[in-house]
Structures are given as structure tokens and as C-alpha cells.
Design a protein around this ligand. Structure first.
Ligand code: ATP
Ligand code: LTN
Length: 333
């Protein structure tokens, strides 16, 4: 008997270069789950324009991100991979959901407050509406699970609230989704300030490891990473945030548990430890970078993935949107 798989949905914005935080918090989970779930992964270019983008760079980053998804191991034969702007239903559902979302709720969002402070000259309506568009993404595909980093938890909560609100006013329409967060890796810290999340738009690029960084750059950045007082390599996020962050990174990149990672460095100093973390990361990034470069040279293939992804995504999204239009009373032909 064919068992229907649960649905999984996630997306990343094609802005800047991805960091190992994006990889560990989001994409690595996708790869682990793609066999078990019915997966849809988007490139969120409509979210990206909530902050001013250079058009040529945005176009280039879009292809680079698609190539990166595939190079990291996301399989376009198993999953639906598509570009958000190729499916008009996102903007359409976001409009409807706007009428089920309160201004006060959006003003309270941490990311909105952070980004408003960072881009004080451009606090546009899209920046404020960002979570509603994200809710539309997720709800269109009736996703059961959304694998993301911890920083997205608040957006997942508001998505659930909006879905529940709509379902209660009309009748069950949307699946109420749950966020999926990695046990280790859901919040990778900045190497220079480990209590802050590693971000692809951080001011100081030395605190972030980009998936495009070459071996020397990776090792140099890890050598400069802040550690803590003492000299023991021990996992203790409260008292040793720097070392614990590096241990988390090392453990995931070398497929070891935290305890095994600690054991590797028993009796060793911070210098040896940081070098080993850098090498473990650089070893894993090299084949991904080579594959991304190979894929980027094959534009025809990438366009085909986008075209078939958009077609599949549209089919699912339109079904949900028609259901919504019917419930709210939009006259349909
Ligand atoms: P920006 O800093 O430009 O706003 P970002 O680095 O937060 O971007 P997004 O595109 O917003 O990147 O996020 C993509 C995915 O990566 C999301 O699932 C997010 O939760 C996850 N993510 C981002 N940073 C980290 C991090 N430091 N640790 C773990 N997961 C992260
Ligand atoms: N806001 C997300 C990117 C994103 C997303 C989504 C994630 C846009 N739409 C839908 C999960 C589901 C971020 O990571 N900054």
C-alpha cells in the first residue's frame, strides 16, 4: 500500500553568499529528510527584495543558489525546487492573509525590528509584511514540517496563528505546520561574537564562513575565532560559548557526536583545536564548491530544473489558492 508522505517545505533567500549557518541550520536537514518526505524547496527572491538588491546580482545569486542546493545534495528528481517569483500564487495568497494578520503582530517581530534598525532609510511595507509572505509560502503547499534555523521560530509561530485563525473562521483549509530545528546546528554563532548568529549579511565577514570560502580563508577565519578563558575543549554553551560553537561545527562537519568531538581534543590546546575545525570544514566544502561550479556552467540544466519545479509547485499552490478563494467568497469562473 502506498503511504502518502508528510509534506516538508523550506526556502532560503538568494542574498549574499550562504554561510555554514545556513547550511547547518537548514539545507543539511533537507538532505537528510528528502527521502522520507514529500519536499518542496524554494528560492525566496520575493523576500530578498524587502532589502534593496542590485538586479544583476540578484539574478546571478538566484542561479548560484539553485546550483548550491543541488551541489549540497538536494535531489531535483526527488524534490520540487523552484523560484518563488515563478509561482504567482505566493503574492496572491499573501494578499488574502494580510487581511487575517494584525499590524501589531508584525510590529512585534524580532527580525522586522532588527532589519528596520539596520536599514533605517528603507523600512518598506514589504519588510513588515515579510512574515505574511512566508506564511503564504508554507500554507500554499500544506506543509506539515518546515526545517529552518532557530531564528525563524517566531515566523513559524505567526504562520501557525494565521492558519488556525483562518481555519476557525471558515473550515479546515490549511495544514498547521511545525518548525523542525536541528539539535546541534540550529543556531551557529558568529566566529568573532559567538553569542550572535552567524549571518550572511554580517558587517565583519571574518565572523562568517561562507560556503564559497577557499581552504586558506576557512582556516584563517577559524584560527582567528574567539575562544574562551581556560584551555579545555569542553561543550558548555553558557560558560564557553566560543569553544562550544566550534565544537558544534566540528561535530556536524565530521559526523561525530559532541562527546566524540570533545574526546578528539582531550589534552590538546585551542590552537590545534581551531586548526582541526578549519580543516574538517574545508574538507567538506571543497567538493560542494567544485560541483556548484560544474552546475553553473550548465545553464540549460538549471533552467530545466526551474521550469519543471515551477510547474509542479504551481499545480499544488493553485489548488490551495482556489480553495481559499472559494471560502472567502471570490467569484470564480
Ligand atoms: P540575512 O543575515 O541576510 O538576513 P540569513 O543568514 O539569516 O540572512 P536566510 O536566508 O534568512 O539567511 O536564512 C536561511 C536559512 O538559514 C533559515 O532557515 C535560517 O533559519 C537559517 N540560518 C540562518 N543563519 C543561521 C545560523 N547562524 N545558524 C543556523 N541556521 C541559520
Ligand atoms: N524567511 C526565511 C526564508 C523563507 C522561508 C520561507 C523559510 C522564505 N519563505 C518558507 C521557510 C519556509 C529565512 O530563512 N530568512
Amino acid at each position: 500500500m502506498e503511504v502518502t508522505k508528510k509534506k516538508l517545505y523550506s526556502a532560503v533567500q538568494p542574498t549574499n553568499n550562504l554561510t555554514i549557518g545556513n547550511y547547518l541550520g537548514a539545507i543539511k536537514q533537507w538532505i537528510a529528510l528528502q527521502d522520507e518526505y514529500d519536499c518542496t524547496f524554494a528560492i525566496a527572491n520575493m523576500h530578498a527584495i524587502t532589502v534593496r538588491q542590485d538586479p544583476a546580482a540578484l539574478r546571478r545569486k538566484t542561479l548560484e543558489l539553485l546550483a548550491l542546493y543541488i551541489a549540497c545534495g538536494v535531489d531535483p528528481e526527488k524534490c520540487t525546487l523552484y523560484l518563488q517569483s515563478h509561482v504567482p500564487c505566493h503574492a496572491e495568497l499573501a494578499w488574502v492573509l494580510n487581511t487575517f494578520t494584525y499590524v501589531g503582530e508584525m510590529e512585534r517581530m524580532t527580525q522586522f525590528k532588527d532589519k528596520s534598525a539596520k536599514h533605517a532609510d528603507n523600512i518598506n511595507m514589504g519588510l513588515m509584511d515579510y512574515p505574511v509572505l512566508m506564511a503564504a509560502d508554507i500554507l500554499l503547499y500544506q506543509a506539515d514540517f518546515v526545517p529552518v534555523g532557530i531564528d525563524q521560530r517566531q515566523h513559524l509561530e505567526i504562520t501557525r496563528d494565521i492558519a488556525i485563525r483562518f481555519n476557525n473562521i471558515y473550515s479546515p483549509t490549511f495544514t498547521v505546520p511545525e518548525g523542525l530545528y536541528m539539535k546541534v546546528g540550529a543556531k551557529i554563532g558568529d566566529l568573532l561574537d559567538p553569542t550572535k548568529k552567524m549571518s550572511k549579511s554580517a558587517e565583519n565577514a571574518n565572523g562568517s564562513i561562507f560556503l564559497t570560502d577557499d581552504r586558506d580563508t576557512v582556516i584563517r577565519k577559524f584560527k582567528r575565532a574567539v575562544t574562551d578563558s581556560g584551555n579545555e575543549v569542553r561543550f558548555d554553551p553558557e560558560n564557553k560559548p566560543g569553544v562550544s560553537n566550534l565544537l558544534s561545527i566540528y561535530s556536524i562537519f565530521s559526523d561525530k557526536t559532541i562527546a566524540e568531538a570533545e574526546a578528539d581534543f582531550a589534552g590538546k590546546g585551542y590552537g590545534d583545536f581551531k586548526l582541526a575545525v578549519g580543516e574538517a570544514v574545508a574538507d567538506k566544502l571543497a567538493p560542494i564548491q567544485a560541483e556548484q561550479t560544474r552546475l553553473l556552467a550548465d545553464r540549460e540544466y538549471l533552467d530545466k530544473v526551474f521550469a519543471s519545479g515551477a510547474e509542479k509547485a504551481y499545480h499544488t499552490a493553485r489548488k490551495t489558492l482556489s480553495k481559499v478563494y472559494k471560502k472567502i467568497g471570490f467569484y470564480q469562473l
